[in-house]
Design a protein. Structure first.
Length: 145
């Protein structure tokens, strides 16, 4: 297996992973004065925080100026792609490329590469909204660079 990183749904991870991320956020935003206060607020030990703090990063805090590649299965109907592009635009992302396969049984696979700018909104929220849009299924984050 190549690479050492995975993008996984947080539901697959132990609860302390999200708590470490929350503690880091509390410290970064100044809502906790120090590590002791942050870990007490989220309910983990200091040793857990120090053991995992450099290994856990919320996808929304990944440094900007990078790219995300998303794939989706889209119904071949008027306005479906336009609705997706509207959502992407609302979140402040720039579209680099769009690749669409020819439709089969009125469904087409679409891959969009986005630039993750500094002013962009939450990638998680945007993907969730795209998933809920009419005519879309199997929305996946394929990777980031």
């Amino acid at each position: 297996m190549e690479g050492k990183y995975f993008i996984v749904d947080k539901a697959l991870l132990p609860s302390y992973c999200e708590k470490v991320s929350l503690a880091k956020e509390l410290l970064d935003e100044g809502k906790a004065a120090d590590v002791s206060e942050a870990v007490r607020m989220v309910g983990i030990s200091r040793s857990t925080f120090y053991k995992y703090r450099d290994k856990i990063r919320d996808i929304s805090t990944v440094s900007m100026g990078r790219h995300a590649i998303i794939s989706m299965m889209m119904s071949h109907s008027v306005g479906t792609l336009s609705a997706v592009l509207s959502i992407i635009s609302r979140y402040g992302y720039s579209v680099w490329t769009i690749t669409q396969n020819p439709p089969v049984d009125s469904r087409a696979n679409v891959v969009i590469t986005l630039e993750l700018g500094e002013d962009a909104g939450s990638l998680d929220s945007m993907l969730r909204e795209i998933t809920e849009a009419p005519g879309l299924s199997r929305v996946q984050l394929l990777g980031m660079d």
